[in-house]
Design a protein around this ligand. Structure first.
Ligand code: ZN
Length: 300
């Protein structure tokens, strides 16, 4: 476990790259489920008020871009993100796609009946036309643990079709390493280069050999839950890939935020600074810019 507030301010400041990108964070999430989600379940002005200081704090640490990974039917709100981006002077990217993880609780009914191509047509339309006036910059989907369920496989195929048609990168919340390897096999059959695919939540797979296999195949290994509790494990996983010469396939982020719809006052908004103040100083200096700028730019 990493100890908090152990490092001197000067040490922290020296460890922070001039500019950075966080590839997996959230501003708002609504866990009510696809059957019950509807507009008006939160006050966007309240979310704006609570999220803005957290985003400004992040901008002050040099962050220039945050990929907001909340998919449609889980609280994606491009209009709110645009307001916040402007006020915080920070790019906030939104996504297209559907999230099948959590046993399909967040999938609308049409995701079960439509084909992968039909789903892809919806996502391609969002990628081309935008959502609520906001540009869509990446694909975000989610699958359960492997072996992949047919519905999970359908989402992966839809994401691949969308990536091929739009050039966007697909970030896939992935239950475990088995599910990651299943995706890799589908990608290889489809002809989409693995570099257009991000294995989201790779930190949940304890077998570092699977991280290595995915990285060697060209996929992005996203160790995106950096936190007080998990920092040491993330460090170990980064070091393992670095030792194999695969640092150029690694992404780090926090999967943090966020306003929790349905909780009083949005619950506990953790913010986005831990990675900067506690994790970066423990990384090799030459890795910091690569992990927080070069790699995210290359991935997306
Ligand atoms: Zn997430």
């Amino acid at each position: 476990m990493l100890r908090r507030h152990f490092l001197a301010t000067a040490t922290i400041a020296a460890a922070i790259p001039a500019k950075s990108i966080l590839t997996h964070e959230h501003v708002l999430v609504d866990f009510i489920g696809a059957d019950a989600i509807r507009p008006g379940r939160y006050d966007p002005d309240e979310v704006f008020r609570l999220a803005l200081p957290k985003l400004k704090e992040l901008r002050a640490l040099g962050c220039r871009r945050l990929l907001e990974c909340t998919p449609n039917f889980l609280g994606r709100d491009p209009r709110l993100l645009r307001r916040l981006a402007k006020a915080a002077n920070l790019e906030i990217w939104t996504n297209t796609g559907l999230y099948g993880a959590a046993e399909f609780k967040f999938l609308p009914a049409y995701a079960r009946t439509e084909t992968a191509s039909q789903l892809a047509q919806r996502w391609i339309a969002e990628a081309r036309n935008g959502v609520d006036g906001e540009r869509v910059r990446f694909i975000k989907t989610g699958v359960n643990r492997g072996p992949l369920h047919p519905l999970d496989r359908k989402l992966v195929h839809a994401a691949i079709e969308t990536a091929k048609a739009t050039g966007l990168t697909m970030a896939v919340h992935t239950g475990d390493g088995r599910a990651a390897l299943d995706q890799l096999a589908i990608l290889e059959q489809s002809g989409l280069p693995a570099r257009k695919w991000v294995w989201v939540h790779a930190q949940n797979e304890p077998d570092l050999e699977i991280h290595e296999r995915v990285a060697r195949a060209g996929g992005w290994v996203s160790l995106d839950g950096v936190s007080l509790r998990s920092g040491a494990w993330h460090l170990q996983a980064v070091k393992h890939l670095a030792a194999k010469g695969l640092l150029a396939r690694v992404l780090i982020s926090q999967d943090s935020g966020w306003y929790r719809v349905g909780e009083p006052g949005g619950g506990r908004f953790n913010g986005y600074t831990f990675l900067y103040t506690d994790f970066l100083p423990r990384l090799e200096p030459e890795w910091r810019k690569q992990l927080l700028w070069d790699n995210p730019k290359a991935a997306f």
